[in-house]
Design a protein around this ligand. Structure first.
Ligand code: NAD
Ligand code: UD1
Length: 370
């Protein structure tokens, strides 16, 4: 039997797939997860999808005693526990900071006393803010940010001297440009882990996930990723609600590819001390994915384009995947069409409470959609 691995937040979407990946390769898995109500519902019971071989310790990453208990006999840690909604982070500032930042700090203090051979932290593409852009002269633009005054006029794209800038692959070397509390907390998590790992000789790797999709994403959580929100809308015969004009683009990567990248980051020694983009390198518009999902779910429903801006959102970002390919030997294997088909098959048996209107009211009453 191989080593025991701890995954904080391992009962969630990505963590549960990583659990399957690790167990399939002979590792033992322990999960520390508080089964948060927003993700797991009010019952707070062990999710049915969770691998029966995984040991689940129900507890909070902010609780040092629980974390210390969870670290017993563990060789490596994946730190995934977090609150994950960009929009929600703009008003639940204290909760996001407590779970994401203080939770990470608590884990790190426990690790000083119980060091492990490897720590991998889930960071996010959101730390880049806008992705990398290029102007007509071929100059790269690192510090792009849209102005409120332009967004109010529905000028959604990134402009420089009246010209639209081109979105290009974003490498790990792009400077962070934090535009939401969530992004700030993910950057903090990443730096806290890398700095502490170096100081205490705990080999550490940060993985900047792009937009992850696939089965088990919490459908009734209206603050989760866009594909799960759209799926919940469609399952209830409601149109997906699209912000801006729907032409904003994201890099969607299948959760099973992400799980494999995580395992590689743990196993490849050259990953120590490094950060990696974990994306597909492809970009799709939000309107395209809304239409495509409706088609694979066989729903004749036209998405609604609101022309509204969600505060904290960026326009375009997709991954430069060269570093992960070179050092981790990681290449995504599941293309978007295959991944969507698998998702639609799983959705057939799912019941989702469509809470999207609740989330949009929360945002609009606070002036966080304009
Ligand atoms: P998820 O919400 O499905 O899983 C997060 C898990 O953490 C849940 O099971 C939840 O119960 C648990 N959790 C929350 N607060 C906790 C606490 N205080 N103590 C213990 N457990 C707690 O989210 P996910 O999509 O699987 O995300 C996993 C990680 O990946 C997160 O760190 C997230 O920021 C990061 N990430 C996700 C994406 C994405 O597209 N899904 C992209 C980039 C980064
Ligand atoms: C997502 C993840 C974040 C992760 C990041 C990394 C969630 C909640 N957010 O943020 O954890 O770190 O990817 O890649 O999982 N949109 C709509 N209608 C909706 C919901 C969203 O039009 O109902 C639009 C948004 O305005 C945005 C795009 O879809 O333009 C993507 O939104 P979202 O899925 O929340 O992803 P990110 O903000 O990119």
């Amino acid at each position: 039997m191989k080593d025991k691995i701890l995954i904080t937040g391992g009962a969630g979407f990505i963590g549960s797939h990583l659990t399957d990946e690790l167990i399939s390769k002979g590792y033992q898995v322990r999960i520390l997860d508080n089964l948060s109500e927003q993700v797991h519902g009010i019952a707070g019971k062990r999710p049915d999808y969770l691998n029966p071989e995984a040991e689940l310790q129900i507890g909070d990453v902010r609780d040092k005693a629980a974390v210390t208990e969870a670290l017993k006999g563990v060789k490596a840690v994946f730190h995934f526990a977090a609150m994950v909604g960009v929009g929600q982070s703009m008003y639940e500032i204290r909760d996001y900071t407590e779970v994401n930042n203080i939770g990470t700090a608590t884990l790190l203090e426990a690790l000083i006393d119980h060091p492990v051979e490897k720590l991998i932290v889930a960071s996010s593409m959101s730390i880049y803010g806008e992705g990398l852009y290029k102007n007509a002269e071929g100059e790269y633009k690192m510090e792009c940010r849209r102005k409120f005054s332009s967004l109010k006029k529905h000028q959604w794209e990134m402009y420089e001297n009246g010209e639209v800038l081109e979105s290009v692959p974003t490498p790990e070397t792009k400077r962070p440009n934090l535009s939401s509390i969530y992004a700030l907390s993910k950057y903090d998590q990443e730096r806290l882990c890398l700095i502490t790992g170096e100081a205490y000789n705990i080999p550490t790797t940060a993985l900047r996930f792009f937009n992850v999709y696939g089965t088990r994403q919490a459908l009734s959580n209206p603050y989760t990723g866009v594909l799960a929100i759209f799926a919940a809308r469609l399952l209830n015969d409601n149109p997906p609600v699209i912000f801006e004009d729907g032409k904003q683009k994201r890099d969607f990567i299948h959760v099973k590819d992400v799980a494999r990248a995580c395992r590689l980051a743990m196993e490849v020694p050259e990953a120590n001390g490094e950060v990696f983009n974990i994306g597909s390198g492809n970009q799709y518009s939000i309107a395209y994915i809304a239409h495509k999902l409706a088609r694979v779910m066989k729903k004749d429903i036209t998405p609604e384009i609101t022309g509204k801006y969600r505060v904290g959102d960026i326009r375009h970002c997709y991954a430069d995947t060269a570093k992960a390919e070179k050092i981790l030997g990681f290449k995504p294997e599941i293309n978007f069409e295959e991944g969507l088909y698998e998702l639609s098959e799983w959705l057939k048996d799912q019941i989702a409470i469509d809470n999207a209107h609740k989330a949009s009211n929360e945002l609009s009453t606070r002036g966080l959609t304009v």
